[in-house]
Design a binder for this molecule. Structure first.
Ligand code: RP5
Length: 177
């Protein structure tokens, strides 16, 4: 982080560098909403002490939300949640290995009562970014306004696509409504 840069309030962590092509989409959303964030790699299995230190120090360092992505036997989101009371958003990853993404999904979503992880769809890093923004927008009016603007853009995009579709299919039943 360069001198004078705002302190990150969202931490995006992942179990391996191979998760980054998926997890960078969460960062893209945070860039759009101008939310200071950081990326890190820390593995529940390969670097358990590093993961614990990250989670235990996160609140004190000023983080408000953690987004954690992992594939295979995906313990990073759940174990991070065990070490902090910050909200943890989990992203099950089906990476280049193309192996058993349902196992990762279930590892992340099936948390025992007491330690929740807000679990996204497989490779749902974009929604993880948006979920983090929505959490921050509970107390941040700028973000709440920008989320409304974003939803408006989504609506306009669908309407534009619907118009294009009708133009390509003149006289279709949808056109007669
Ligand atoms: C998980 O194992 C990581 O989150 C990653 O999705 C997967 C494979 O890691 P690499 O072998 O590519 O480092 O812990």
């Amino acid at each position: 982080m360069s001198e004078g840069a705002p302190k990150p309030i969202v931490g995006i962590i992942m179990g391996s560098a191979s998760d980054y092509p998926t997890m960078e989409k969460a960062g893209g959303v945070l860039v759009r909403f101008n939310v200071p964030h950081e990326f890190d790699i820390t593995s529940a299995h390969r670097t358990p002490d590093r993961m614990r230190d990250y989670a235990m120090g996160a609140r004190e360092r000023g983080l408000k939300v953690i987004i954690a992505g992992a594939g295979k036997s995906a313990h990073l989101p759940g174990m991070t949640a065990a070490y902090t009371t910050l909200p943890v958003i989990g992203v099950p990853i089906q990476g280049e290995h193309r192996d058993a993404p349902m196992d990762s999904l279930l590892s992340i979503v099936q948390m025992p009562p007491g330690i929740p992880v807000a679990t996204m769809a497989i490779n749902g890093a974009e929604n993880a970014g948006l979920m983090a923004v929505e959490m921050l927008a509970i107390t941040d009016e700028r973000l709440a306004r920008e989320l409304n603007e974003y939803r408006k853009e989504l609506r306009e995009m669908v309407e534009e696509k619907a118009r294009e579709l009708k133009e390509r299919n003149p006289g279709s039943p949808a056109d007669k409504k």
